[in-house]
Ligand binder design. Structure first.
Ligand code: ZN
Length: 475
């Protein structure tokens, strides 16, 4: 034994280092291979919805030319600062936020004429200020169109898409300077408009709201008012999709195949009691907003939209915010779509050239094909959710006895749908497995609840799946 040990330790030092390096290299290679295999396996297993040919056909109607015309029209109002002109003369002259508002309303009304009056076009106006970035009392008006659901049992369920039509330049008080806001956020406004134009040609059991808000740049004022109104009136908004900066600006470092989808982890409305449970169960990544984000990822695998959602497991970009947060604050599930890479020279900037760098959010940097693809992804998510049955209620995981099987119970959704139980490893970002369990309200699976996160979704006879609901423990 001693001789053997001696033989090993008598190896030349450089050889020992080399063999150690080789060992580390082999380990790294092994780890990389395992990691890659795991990633491939996760992608293979990640869940998909069944494609609906009606939805797929509608997505093909979304037009980059229409989106380009919408964005250029919005830019033509010169500024859409919330504090800019909205008197009748300026509206007539096509200048300022008032003119933009009237034009958006007219667009929604024209889509409604094309579908036999199927859209209910409304405004949500209120006076704000003086506050932070609103020095004088100012009328702020959200404009929206509602496509009412055709099923009396589902019409109260709402899915919503929004973008902000206000803009700003370097100075958030500059009421007359040019503020084209082509990317931020005529692009998101165009997504709401184009989704309305195309989806109003179809009928859905649940309702869809196509919203455009003002006041975002002054402090999320429009979306905050709208979300509070929805909450006060008891609206059942299942998902709010906020599109802000989805122009896919044409920089070489941009990735036009990807759009980021931000979602909050632990909800802002979580109570102390719920926090305790989240900590115990490892529920930090299972907010309703995150289920919406995962749903969008499924939609992205189901339909050919031309752009892939990249899930970002955080509320918004680092220390920044947007209109989806107004909905989160009222307890609604909401996510934000934003292009892969923002160009900060072209946001909130006066149009100018300095040291050869062009500043300003003008239309020439916007990739209209990209915006159309983002609109397709939004439309596919809206149409899928509005076609699906309501998610099951009171989903519970039985935890009275210690056992390695898992029993889940739930309350039936209206319309007698089937149900699927989904699960994923606790370390996995997306649902990895789905098992149809039929028209039942309970099931027992031979899988330990200690090792996975479960959810239950309702599925109709055509394969439209609801948002998955993660069970609460029941003892
Ligand atoms: Zn914005």
């Amino acid at each position: 034994m001693a001789a053997e040990r001696g033989t090993v330790t008598s190896l030349p030092v450089d050889m020992m280092i080399r063999s150690r390096n080789l060992f580390i290299f082999s380990l790294t290679l092994l780890a990389t291979t395992v990691l890659c295999r795991t990633m491939v396996r996760a992608a293979e297993h990640a869940e998909k919805l069944s494609a609906d040919p009606k939805i797929a056909a509608a997505l093909r109607q979304i037009s980059a030319q229409r989106i380009q015309a919408d964005i250029e029209k919005l830019v033509s109002f010169q500024t859409r600062l919330t504090l800019s002109a909205q008197d009748p003369e300026s509206i007539k002259a096509g200048h300022g936020i008032g003119a933009a508002r009237e034009w958006i309303k007219g667009e929604f009304e024209s889509y409604s004429r094309d579908c036999g009056g199927c859209l209910d076009v409304k405004t949500d106006g209120f006076t704000e200020g003086p506050v932070d970035r609103i020095p004088e009392p100012t009328v702020i008006t959200n404009v929206y169109a509602a496509l009412k659901g055709t099923d009396p049992e589902s019409a109260n369920r709402i899915v919503l898409v929004t973008g902000h039509y206000d803009s700003r330049n370097s100075n958030s008080f500059d009421v007359s300077g040019t503020a084209p806001g082509a990317n931020d956020d005529a692009s998101g406004t165009a997504v709401s408009l184009e989704c309305a134009r195309v989806l109003s040609q179809l009928k859905f059991p649940a309702s869809i709201i196509f919203l455009t808000v003002a006041g975002e740049e002054q402090g999320l004022n429009g979306s905050s008012h709208f979300a509070k109104m929805a909450k006060a009136q008891g609206w059942d908004i299942e998902a709010a999709l906020n599109n802000d900066i989805v122009g896919g600006n044409r920089d070489p470092q941009q990735d036009p195949t990807v759009v980021r989808v931000f979602s909050e982890g632990v909800p802002i409305t979580t109570t102390e009691k719920d926090l305790h449970l989240i900590r115990n169960l490892g529920g930090e990544s299972d907010s309703t907003s995150r289920q919406v984000a995962r749903y969008i990822a499924e939609v992205g695998r189901t339909y050919n939209t031309g752009v892939k959602p990249l899930l970002e497991f955080r509320l918004d970009r680092y220390l920044r915010g947007g209109d989806h947060i107004s909905f989160n604050e009222e307890g609604y599930a909401a996510v934000r779509f934003t292009e892969f890479r923002e160009d900060f020279n072209r946001q909130h900037q006066n149009i100018r050239t300095e040291n050869g760098i062009e500043y300003g959010d003008v239309a020439k940097w916007v990739n209209f094909d990209y915006v159309a693809n983002v609109a397709r992804l939004n439309a596919a998510a809206l149409a899928s959710l509005a076609s699906a049955p309501a998610p099951p209620g009171k989903v519970r995981l039985q935890a009275k006895d210690l056992e390695n099987n898992s029993t889940i119970t739930w309350e039936a959704s209206p319309g007698n749908p089937s149900y699927a139980v989904m699960w994923r490893a606790t370390i996995s970002p997306e649902w990895e497995h789905s098992q149809v369990v039929g028209k039942v309200t309970h099931t027992t699976l031979p899988i330990s609840k200690d090792n996975v996160i479960f959810a239950v979704r309702a599925v109709d006879s055509e394969g439209h799946g609801s948002l998955p609901v993660v069970p609460q423990p029941e003892r």
